[in-house]
Design a protein around this ligand. Sequence first.
Ligand code: PAF
Length: 282
Amino acid sequence: MEIIRIPRIMQDTSRGHLLRSRTIGFVPTMGALHEGHLSLVRMAREENNVTAVSIYVNPTQFGPNEDLTKYPRQIDADIERLREEAVDILFLPDDSLMYPAGFATEIEVKGLSERMCGHFRPGHFRGVATVVAKLLNIVRPTRAYFGQKDFQQTVIVRRMAKDLNLDAEIVICPTIREEDGLALSSRNAYLQPHQRAAAAGLYKCLNNVSREIKAGLHSGARIRDRMENMLGGEPLISAIDYASVYDPETLDEVEDITGEVLLAIAARMGTTRLIDNMLVSV
Ligand code: PAF
């Protein structure tokens, strides 16, 4: 595996592959890799000639009171796992190369970025859109792979790629879960053992409500009540940021359910913020 730290070298390397008509599959990550990331890597490998992964903990997507400094970092273990997955290129830049002195450009996907998590994490999606645009420009992938677990992120990245006429095809892959349903996330490492067991409550709530929707519950207000009651019954959930039903394209809350909808939750267990979602068709 080639480890590249300099954006210009990464661009030249990608250009070389593209000139030889090789497709590049790219998985952007912030490291602390788990099976969820690896499922994206495997998909990228399956569908492309060259697989590239980036590891970069992007400071601009963390709020002032968020977990930037304590975000899990395990670069040696990550490199080992990527080697085992036969990844071709690891792009590993640092802050001085991604945001050099004088950096002044930001990308804002209006509307979509203010809903759901955006309401509780102001500026978060500006940071995500900006760094993903930079990474796509540097790595120049044919396809870029994102997990459905960060559903709002996928909608925003797709919108940005379309609006900015970016070349890369944005591919969304299914959420990978533990046996009890907890969605894999690097932040699960923060959970204490007793919180870990209760964290599967988010998935149970999504599953139960999905069944109720399929059985005929179609009122947005009643679905929100059901979700809040179920999550509220778990004493270890200290706050529910949101638990509702949304249009999967506009991310607007839905009142009368028809077609496909998104059930989504963001809840806190102590200082750990968990998110999960599920698409349901009626
Ligand atoms: O999903 C993530 O890990 C990050 O938001 C991403 C896409 C790598 C941008 O920093």
